[in-house]
Design a protein around this ligand. Structure first.
Ligand code: TMP
Length: 236
């Protein structure tokens, strides 16, 4: 089993370490939380443990359902061993229900269910504030090839087709979520990063109560309880 070595990156929610095997990296999930491109900073008790547990369950479920991904193992409650990929600098967002930045852009009521999922792309660049982009930008600036982008689009909808009914069975609406993809050592597009209440919107199906990072972004309180609730429903 690979063990952690030198830290190679520290993000807002996790640290990334080399391992003794160049094919693998180790994530360490922190409790730190940021919003609005780190203008708002805080911490959510036990978030790292809960996000690791939730991400693990989603990655395992996706693999069981034909969506391969970088997940290998969780050697401890805050650590995740993953296959190393070269991250494609595009954040892929899938939406089932209108809220967030889409609601601001389209002027329709929050909570309206879309007739089919929408896939959007954002350029992963903190200095620019992750601006929305389209296929043309991705191809012209060589962030991904046409083939890679088609694969990202296909896999993003496949993730939704697995996670949306899984959450529905657990009384939760999968409102929207953000994915990151990378290239593995063979150059194949592989789902990476994390999938958790930091990167998804979850609403209780009955009450529409928000059970995700929007509670932190919008100072709604009950943030820890929401993450605990999702961990309980997803990972038991
Ligand atoms: P948005 O409505 O703010 O564009 O967010 C869409 C989805 O992406 C939502 O599930 C939250 C997630 N997200 C991230 O994972 N990271 C981010 O930096 C932002 C802004 C959103």
């Amino acid at each position: 089993m690979a063990t952690s070595g030198k830290m190679i990156a520290e993000g807002k929610a996790k640290r990334i370490y080399e391992t003794d095997d160049p094919e693998f990296l180790m994530f360490y999930f922190k409790d730190d939380a940021t919003a609005f491109n780190a203008q708002k900073k805080g911490s959510i008790e036990s978030k790292g443990i809960l996000n690791n547990r939730i991400s693990r369950r989603f990655f395992e479920l996706l693999r069981e359902n034909g969506v391969d991904n970088h997940f290998v193992d969780c050697p401890s409650e805050r650590e995740m061993l993953v296959r190393k990929v070269e991250i494609i600098p595009v954040e892929t967002v899938v939406r089932n229900i209108i809220t967030g930045s889409l609601q601001k852009r389209c002027g329709r009521p929050e909570g309206e269910t879309l007739p089919r999922p929408i896939v959007e792309y954002f350029y992963k660049d903190d200095d620019l504030g992750d601006p929305m982009i389209n296929d043309e930008h991705i191809l012209i600036f060589s962030w991904a090839t046409r083939e890679e982008l088609d694969e990202i689009h296909r896999q993003a909808l496949a993730v939704n087709a697995v996670l949306e009914p899984f959450m529905r069975e657990r009384g939760v609406l999968l409102v929207d979520f953000k994915l990151e993809f990378g290239r593995d050592s063979s150059g194949n597009v592989l789902l990476a990063d994390e999938i958790c209440p930091d990167t998804c919107r979850f609403w209780d199906i009955e009450t529409r109560k928000k059970l995700d990072k929007d509670r932190f972004r919008q100072d709604m309180g009950g943030v820890e309880d929401a993450y605990q609730e999702i961990a309980r429903r997803v990972a038991g």
